[in-house]
Each structure stands twice: as C-alpha cells, then as structure tokens.
Design a protein. Structure first.
Length: 96
C-alpha cells in the first residue's frame, strides 16, 4: 500500500464529504519508461485513490506519443492531467 493508513482514512473522509462528481485523471508515459517501477507506482497510487474515493476518481494511462496526448498537447512524460475536460485544468509534469 502506497498511501499510509492515517492518510487513507483522512482522504476517504474528505472524498466522501466533499467530492460531488467524478474526476478523471489522464496519465501519459514514455513507451520505454526509464524506471519501470515508476509506472507501477503511478498505477498503484491511482488505484488506491480510486478505491478511497469509491470510484469517483478514475484514470486512464496513455503513451506520450498517442493520439490522446496530441489532443491535449502533451509532449513530455510523465505528465498527469487532472480533469482536463472539465473545470480543473491541472497539469503535473514529473521528470525522471
């Protein structure tokens, strides 16, 4: 488990009390991820968030050279877009 028990409890409570709608997260990675463990970490972390939010957080993983990446102007990896089709235009660029 990536998220510790105390943080998981706080997140679950926050999600239950304040999250009003589904939030989609799009993750873009290199074909040849420099550190294979980083892809596994990202996937596990997002799975835990999805579980804690009772399915209100959903995610999709794409390659940085995919059509989906072109649609959003993504050219670096890893890039995480939080709810890019709605009101939140949050972009996280994490360079390895």
């Amino acid at each position: 488990m990536i998220i510790d028990e105390e943080s998981a409890k706080a997140l679950k409570e926050k999600f239950n009390n304040e999250m009003r709608r589904e939030v989609k997260i799009k993750v873009f990675l290199d074909k040849e991820e420099k550190i294979e463990g980083s892809k596994q970490f990202i996937e596990e972390f997002l799975k835990e968030l999805k579980e804690l939010s009772e399915g209100k957080i959903n995610f999709e993983i794409y390659q940085k050279d995919s059509e989906e990446a072109k649609k959003y102007g993504v050219d670096k990896a890893p890039t995480i877009l939080i709810d890019p089709d709605n009101s939140y235009k949050i972009v996280y660029l994490g360079f390895l």
